[in-house]
Design a protein around this ligand. Sequence first.
Ligand code: GLU
Length: 588
Amino acid sequence: MTPNTLPQRLTSTIIIALAFSAPAWGKTPVASGTGGAVATISEPASQAALAILNKGGNAVDAAVAAAATLGVTDPFSCGVGGGGFMVIYLARENRVITLDHREVAPASFQSDAFASGGKAMDFDSAVASGMAVGVPGTVRGWHDALDRYGTMSFKQVLAPAIKVAQDGFKINDNFVALVKENEKKFALFPETAARYMRDGKALPAGTVLRNADLAKTYRLLSSGGVKAFYSGKLAQAIVDSVNRPPVAAGVSVRSGQMSLADLANYEARWRQPVRSSYRGYELVGMPLPSSGGVTIAEALNILEGFDLKSMPREKAEHLYMEAARLAFADRNAYLADPEYVDAPVAGLVSKEYAARRRELIDPTQAHHHAQPGDPYLFQQDPSVPLRPASAAKARLLSESAHTTHLAVSDKDGNIVAYTFTIESWGGSGITVPGYGFILNNEMTDFDFTGPHPNVPEAGKRPRSSMSPTIAFRNGKPAFTIGSPGGATIVTTVLQTIFNHIDLGMEMPAALNAPRISERNGQATSIEPGFADSMQARALERFGQRWDASAEEIGAANAIVFNPDGTVTAVSEGKRHGVGSALVQKRGH
Ligand code: GLU
């Protein structure tokens, strides 16, 4: 750090904060204090977690309570019809474990599920179909997490969600916007249309929405446990909805081929996290089949070789974008379900490989399109794993900004970072008749055509981007962060870490700052208003260029574990409506 460049960086940070972040700052949900903490994108969900913490539940109990409530208030992002990834820190044992409860392809699934004659089918028709539905993993995940590391039963943790589903909640503008975006898809499925629309149009904001069917489903789980979902009447209803989608008269969509055995055989997986270090922090994230942990580790390893603190902000941000571009070139080419593909993870996350990738960066000029590197040379034993016969084409899938993320900690210091989803907004669009939840379209996270490690296969889990992350410093939790947003999840988590650690922003500012998502596509994704900013102008001088269609990126939630033993929960002040950050005992 040189004495005269740091103030320059700070000055530009302040100007940019005033220009872009300040208006929302006042509204950013931030809560500091002691005891447990929670940050979610929904007030009822955060309240559900807090109620469970106040009843003596731990972070795992509270996370499931919040997730179940999000299934009610945010049914287009997540729910029991989907799957997810949970990172759990067990304070007493000082140990992190991850729970993969990603959806799997049914046993009948074929590699050409979304292609005909080697040509990929249209994405929207692939989404709104029974074929897109993977075997849901959420309930199995909740059960396994509670069973092994929770202290409460389904009955206790689902009670707050049942109450919200029964009593109803007021839908906000964001909810209405999501229905509007999905009017065509929802109209295909009368059960879904009837719940969220009137006469083919979204219900108005302020409508109190109840979901007695979902309350019934949660009650079934409360009394019958995990089996009530994966066998019996509910399982049959899921299979029927996939194999004969309940469509409106005259409509036809592709059906799937899911069996009762697919549901009965569904297993979640406990996996070792991806670990990496960054400027004195230890980062612990989600391993494959999520690409999140590996891609973030590679990008940070690349960035670590630059003295970012000594640079003007725009130069540091240019390097952040270039590191993300290189890491995405590898992510897009190599990563997939580890039970099917021997991906070169050790090479990708090695510091030596990052040093080689770093040499490709021009600190003054954007690269625009990066090729995947050769991480095989950096495996401990370079002959393992086998190299693919032909290099996969590095493609960017049609993934956009769906999903939800929540963070919970408890008074004993346990932490849960949990991202879960039904894939697209409104998933496949298919509501299971009489049960009140929407089925996922997670199978469209496969690459539709190959050769590629992430092509569809029976029993395989499609590659994900979900990135629940916990950072440690000196062996103690420092912060936890995660976000929705398809492939932009990776860059949102990466950029927030970069903002916090490298640009020195407090977590609320780090999270609030305009998001810039470079994923080695045609152009960098940005948020509305950014293209006209001074920050954008400064980056354009490095040759960076922006996607013309700006969209809100992500909806992050974080908790900071302060050195004085207090905790600070942080949510979004403007994205996805507004989030909710709470602590058990508020301090100053
Ligand atoms: N399907 C995405 C993934 O697993 C998450 C859904 C989304 O945010 O688009 O990465």
